[in-house]
Design a protein around this ligand. Structure first.
Ligand code: GLU
Length: 629
């Protein structure tokens, strides 16, 4: 029996006697495998943090059996595709960052989805809005675009797994998929988060026959405590195990993916519910993806971004993600300020938080102006991560007053660290990115580290399951600007990767891993990673406390988005600076949370502290190979 599979075989055999068919079984027949969930784990020999105990258990099993961090990360990611199917899976994309203990180098893989080659620049414009008075027309509503074929990008996740294993792994793709196949086969216990996410998406899921039959069996979201199986996904993973990614990017599955994007399987009896604002008719236009797009997809090897902060080396994801440049620039802006000394006698630190919010706004201004897919746009990555540029941008940070937002971008073409005259504020722009996605952190006993963020964009992606294949397609192309503007680096173009905010980050101290972290959360990914680094490095919190602390996100908008706990704790203290805090949350989610981070801190010695969320998204799961106090 190959490698990992035997770990799970007994459980599967027991389950096979009680479950014969159907996606959901009653608790009475449930698999007894309920894994304890803890948010912090300390010890040796390898560690993992994810949002889900099945995924963390998969990684730990691989590590225990002698696999390395890359193997375990793929195993965990594939398992998340089963247990967190609304956040990530083979229908989406992501960014994989690897610290190689042998060479001491950090490398990355860009597995971002791409726009199909035949996708026109005006694909998001509703033709019915084009009139002689307004020949450019208007885009479809965002709510309509999220559940459409036109927003589906060519998936990058299978290629990312294959490339990561090729470069750094010891397992074949098939071996790394075994734990996930096992979980898809025998099922997992539905928790509150899974049920709630299903309910949040129930209306649009019910518009697609393939999606309602998988995720709304009997017309309802699976009950908490029931066991959810995904035989179709087990089969699809089995196909990948047998044929490699050729079985995904070519052959019948590729043809089915393209056909699904071009003609989403809409339920002919579906009608939009009466709601205010009106629920859009679904699906909005079909997409342009062909089998040639799938065959042409490549995950790209990429150099990481790098900045130094307080003597630490911070490595992040270069464009097409804006994560590395934006986190890096904000750190460079903050470097001249001594945040750790900005503490009131009562232990509060509104001044440090003010600096965090302002630095973030400045970095977001440059993100908007300069960052897009470097294959299409000349992205000034070196300038954006240059400490001299950061120092110059820091001139715009008034230590006692919040700037009017949005603040203008800096000038990457000419800077010398001296303070330029302040430019006028711009008009406010709405940030339309949603909160979804998942993140994982893995380390092995050799000292290799993986930080990996993967997504299908919106929670529930496009809402479209490839019929009988068990996975949702992404709606990542909604990360492009919806209206074509030739000056916008994130304008939609065929073959291009939409700008991401994913920020998987690995921080070294004197050449050794110190901290690895990342988060989901759309553009709040950047602020969550930044705030967590500041909490840990400047404000002296332990890594579990840094993760648990309430969050706020200033993305160069008039208001600061914040968790209710943040508003309660700091609202009054930040008001005198001029910060306006509004609760996080949007029309698509029922939670007012920001992010769902994971992290591992290293040292002293070979000790590892794996940290997951204690509460957000129902709490995450941290594990180590050999626990120790
Ligand atoms: N599409 C987002 C990005 O790439 C991630 C999705 C999310 O976390 O909401 O930045």
């Amino acid at each position: 029996m190959p490698y990992v599979r035997r770990q799970f075989a007994a459980v599967t055999a027991a389950l096979a006697m009680s479950v014969t068919s159907g996606a959901v079984v009653s608790p009475a027949f449930a698999d007894p495998r309920v894994i304890d969930k803890t948010a912090t784990a300390t010890g040796y020999g390898g560690a993992v943090s994810t949002v889900d105990p099945e995924a963390s258990a998969a990684a730990i099993e691989v590590l225990r059996e002698g696999g390395n961090a890359a193997d375990a990360a793929v195993a965990a990611a594939a398992t998340l595709g089963v247990t967190e199917p609304y956040s990530a899976g083979i229908g989406g994309g992501g960014y994989f960052v690897f610290y190689d203990a042998k060479t001491g180098e950090v490398s990355t893989i860009d597995g971002r989805e791409t726009a199909p080659a035949a996708m026109p620049r005006d694909a998001f414009i509703d033709p019915s809005t084009i009139t002689p008075e307004k020949p450019a027309g208007s885009p479809y509503s965002f709510a309509a675009l999220v559940s459409s074929g036109v927003s589906v990008g060519v998936p990058g996740t299978p290629a990312t797994w294959e490339r990561a294993l090729e470069r750094w792994g010891t397992l074949s793709l098939g071996e790394a998929l075994e734990p996930a196949i096992e979980v898809a086969d025998r099922g997992f216990v539905v928790d509150e988060t899974f049920r709630q996410q299903t309910l949040d998406n129930a209306v649009r899921f019910s518009a697609f026959t393939s999606t309602s039959s998988l995720f709304l069996p009997g017309g309802d979201a699976p009950a908490v405590g029931s066991v959810f199986r995904n035989d179709d996904l087990a089969q699809t993973y089995g196909l990948l195990a047998k044929e490699g990614t050729q079985g995904f990017y070519g052959g019948p599955l590729a043809a089915e993916i393209a056909a699904t994007v071009q003609a989403p399987p809409k339920d002919p009896t579906w009608t939009p519910p009466v709601s205010q604002p009106p629920f859009p008719p679904l699906p909005v236009p079909p997409g342009y993806m062909t089998t040639a797009d799938l065959a042409a997809y490549r995950a790209l090897d990429q150099a990481p971004t790098h900045v130094e902060y307080r003597g630490l080396d911070v490595y992040g994801m270069a464009p097409s993600s804006s994560g590395g440049t934006t986190v890096g620039e904000a750190l460079n802006i903050l470097e001249p300020f001594n945040l750790s000394e900005m503490r009131n006698p009562d232990g509060t630190n509104p001044e440090a938080l003010h600096h965090y919010l302002e630095a973030s706004a400045l970095a977001f201004a440059d993100r908007a102006k300069y960052v897009g897919d470097p294959a299409f746009v000349d992205v000034p990555t070196a300038a954006l991560t240059d400490p001299v540029f950061g120092k110059e941008r820091a001139c715009q940070l008034n230590p006692t007053v919040a700037a009017l937002k949005p603040v203008p971008a800096g000038n990457v073409a000419s800077y010398d660290g001296a303070c330029p005259a302040a430019a006028a504020a711009l008009t406010d722009e709405k940030d339309t990115e949603n909160i979804s996605t998942t993140n994982l952190t893995v380390a092995d006993k050799w000292g290799n580290v993986v930080e990996y963020t993967l997504t299908i964009e919106q929670t529930g992606g496009s809402g479209i399951v490839v019929p009988d294949r068990g996975f949702l397609l992404n709606n990542e192309l909604t990360d492009f600007s919806t209206v074509y503007d030739p000056t916008d680096p994130n304008r939609l173009e065929p073959g291009k990767r939409p700008r991401s905010s994913m920020s998987p980050t690995i921080i070294l101290k004197e050449g050794e891993p110190f901290l690895a972290l990342g988060s989901p959360g759309g553009s709040t990914i950047i602020t969550t990673v930044l705030q967590t680094i500041l909490n840990r490095v400047d404000l002296g919190m332990s890594i579990p406390a840094a993760l648990a602390a309430p969050r706020a996100a200033q993305r160069n908008t008039v208001n600061v988005t914040a968790e209710p706990e943040f508003i309660t704790a700091y609202g009054d203290q930040l008001a005198p600076y001029g910060h306006k805090l509004v609760p996080a949350g949007d029309a698509f989610t029922s939670a007012a949370e920001i992010g769902a981070a994971t992290a591992i801190e290293f040292g002293p010695g070979k000790r590892m502290v794996a940290a997951a969320e204690p509460a957000r998204r129902g709490g995450g799961s941290a594990m180590v190979v050999r626990p120790s106090p």
